[in-house]
Design a protein around this ligand. Structure first.
Ligand code: ZN
Length: 190
């Protein structure tokens, strides 16, 4: 699938909404991205995992690691497609860490998978955790790249789709000027 086809699928799944939205930043936007709407469908998530795995054809990967919570479903689907082990990292007292007995074995080649990347903060923390744990990071991948970053912690960030949010100060918002009703979808995403 190419990027256009994936965008179309995401739109059909309700992961890309058009309208007039108040973002958590207070800015207004015409497009709202809700990646989780696509990941509600196990079949669709499986396809996205296949597509991410395809980006690494010919590159040896031993383990997929995702940041909790958003990355877990897609990370699992990617690991399934690659037929490798899958674990996740989660925050404890503010720091990204492995719990539940999860570990990276020395020298394991690791792909970091996240659903949505904006600033890349969580992905960077997982990359650093994997490296501290003795793993070798092959790269990072996401379904939706909202920040346009191509590198996270000196590693390539690949994405199935790259999207840009055009946001307006409410005082300069053309949809406000047109008197369009506004929605606040609200949930904070990273
Ligand atoms: Zn507005």
């Amino acid at each position: 699938m190419n990027e256009e086809e994936i965008l179309e699928i995401l739109q059909e799944a309700g992961a890309i909404k058009k309208g007039h939205f108040q973002l958590t930043s207070g800015l207004h936007a015409e497009t709202y991205y809700q990646c989780a709407a696509a990941l509600e469908s196990p079949r669709l998530t499986e396809r996205m995992g296949d597509e991410i795995a395809r980006l690494y054809t010919g590159k040896p990967i031993d383990l997929v690691v995702s940041p909790a919570l958003g990355g877990i479903i897609l990370g699992f689907a990617t690991a399934l497609a690659l037929d490798v082990r899958f674990i996740w990292a989660e925050r404890a007292q503010g720091a990204m860490t492995f719990r539940r007995g999860f570990c990276v074995n020395p020298g394991e080649r690791v792909l970091v998978v996240e659903d949505v990347v904006t600033t890349g903060g969580s992905v960077a923390e997982v990359i650093e955790l994997v490296e501290r744990s003795g793993g070798e990071v092959v790269g990072a991948a996401c379904l939706m790249n909202r920040g346009g970053r191509e590198l996270v912690s000196d590693h390539d960030l690949k994405s199935l789709v790259t999207v840009a949010t055009v946001a307006f100060d409410p005082k300069e918002c053309p949809m406000c000027a047109a008197g369009n009703a506004i929605e606040s979808p609200g949930s904070r995403r990273n």
